[in-house]
Ligand binder design. Structure first.
Ligand SMILES: Cc1ncc(COP(=O)(O)O)c(C=O)c1O
Length: 429
């Protein structure tokens, strides 16, 4: 038997003893259908998108730098539309979010091996991109809402970091006005890893347009889904030209990216890394842009629906946005305040058994690459020592539960999520 629907406000849900029995302990689950996620084929795609890809395949022109003028290529069109959509002077389509971050850092022209700050709560791709660009990641603590901790950022700036990579992790905006002010004080560039937040804003300004560069991914679970891919935004013409060359624009192909006179950047002075986007992906991404506003509205609706019903529920702390609505809504992250990592791992397992995919971000038995202590490539094999060096982030990541929120969820699915969370919480209590 399905458990009773969640109430519409923050009051307690009353479960009968049969309903209260957790699925993980042999009771009936709240739902039996699969929770939609990208790796189960959950996509936001239309017949127009499919037609755009077919047309690109039939064109037999798959390389972005072919005989056609720039505006006639899918990649060129996509870049121009990105610039208009985000209101930036330049956009560069590339092969992934990781390469977009690395291209932004490369184009900043820092000394090789420079210390570069990034939050300790992020996907392993962020420090990896810093390494890819030839620099040294310096991890910064996160606060109780899992945002970059401004006091710890001040500390690493005073210790000489040469750039800051900010991450809008799980779609929640970092405090960009405050971070940019701090970085300006120290004269260091900011690169936004806006990979998890494509389309989210602070007020009316898009994330990815606050820093010197904004880096995005079009990998499968992002707001634009081309399987793999990414793009980089900037208003800095010369830095854009360098990023274009690094991405693989050789023999004057960089010039095609500029409508007027290109900047005086010698394309033979830089290595080329073949981080280009291809025409087939660009055709799909360009078509998907038409439906991006619809997708974003659904994310906001679903997140708002769930957050309103879980806000104030005893035992959980929903992430607070830095400004009203400053999130994408593609993931629900909350902390089980005071719970141990083992309790959180149990909680996530219990939610999964109820039919809602969930993960305890700090589960010690999970090789989750959003837990910094698992970044052995950076911090070595001693996870305890890594955690001891960043106690604040260890605590808050250790209490965090993460649930993906597809744009394809209906409000009934959202109600199932609320019911499942309340059911498992009442058992935990
Ligand atoms: C915060 C963050 N940065 C960077 C990346 C890397 O993006 P990509 O897989 O396109 O390289 C991801 C991937 O999900 C991410 O979550």
């Amino acid at each position: 038997m399905a458990a009773r629907r969640a109430p519409t406000s923050g009051g307690p849900t009353v479960f009968t003893s049969q309903e209260a029995r957790l699925a993980v302990e042999g009771g009936s689950p709240v739902r039996t259908g699969p929770w939609p996620t990208y790796d189960k084929g959950d996509v936001f795609i239309s017949t127009e998108d499919e037609a755009a890809v077919t047309e690109a395949v039939r064109s037999r022109l798959y390389f972005r730098y072919d005989h056609r003028p720039y505006p006639d290529t899918c990649t060129g069109r996509f870049e121009r539309r990105l610039s208009r959509y985000f209101g930036t002077a330049h956009a560069l389509a590339c092969s992934s979010g990781t390469t977009a971050i690395a291209l932004g850092l490369l184009a900043c022209g820092l000394e090789p091996g420079s210390p570069v700050a990034c939050p300790a709560f992020t996907f392993a791709a962020t420090p990896s991109a810093i390494l890819l660009a030839g620099h040294r990641p310096v991890l910064v603590e996160c606060d109780a809402d899992l945002h970059l901790d401004l006091d710890d950022l001040k500390r690493v700036l005073s210790e000489g970091v040469k750039a800051v990579v900010v991450v809008h992790m799980r779609g929640f905006a970092s405090d960009m006005p405050a971070i940019c002010d701090l970085a300006d004080e120290w004269g260091v560039p900011v690169i936004e890893d806006a990979v998890p937040a494509l389309g989210a804003r602070i007020g009316d300004r898009h994330l990815g347009t606050f820093g010197r560069f904004g880096a995005f991914s079009t990998q499968s679970d992002k707001s634009l889904n081309t399987g793999e891919g990414g793009f980089l935004l900037t208003d800095d013409e010369e830095a854009h030209a360098r990023a274009v060359v690094y991405s693989g624009a050789y023999e004057n192909r960089m010039n095609r990216h500029f409508e007027g006179e290109p900047p005086a950047v010698d394309d033979l002075a830089y290595p080329i890394f073949s981080f280009r986007m291809d025409e087939i992906r660009a055709a799909l991404a360009d078509a998907l842009l038409d439906r991006l506003p619809r997708r974003l509205a659904l994310h906001q609706r679903n997140y708002g629906h769930v957050a309103e019903r879980l806000d104030g529920v005893d035992g959980i702390a929903l992430r607070r946005p830095v400004a009203s609505g400053a999130y994408l809504g593609e993931a629900l992250v909350f902390r089980l305040e005071g719970a141990t990592p083992e309790q959180c791992a149990w909680f996530a397992r219990a939610l999964c058994a109820e039919g809602v995919d969930a993960r305890a971000l700090g589960d010690r038995g999970d090789k989750n690459v959003r837990s910094f202590w698992n970044w052995r490539f950076l911090l070595g094999p001693d996870a305890d020592a890594a955690r001891a060096a960043l106690p604040q982030t260890t605590r808050y990541v250790g209490e965090a539960i993460d649930i993906p929120l597809s744009a394809n969820l209906g409000l009934d699915d959202c109600d199932d999520l609320v019911t499942a969370v309340r059911k498992v919480l009442s058992a935990l209590a």
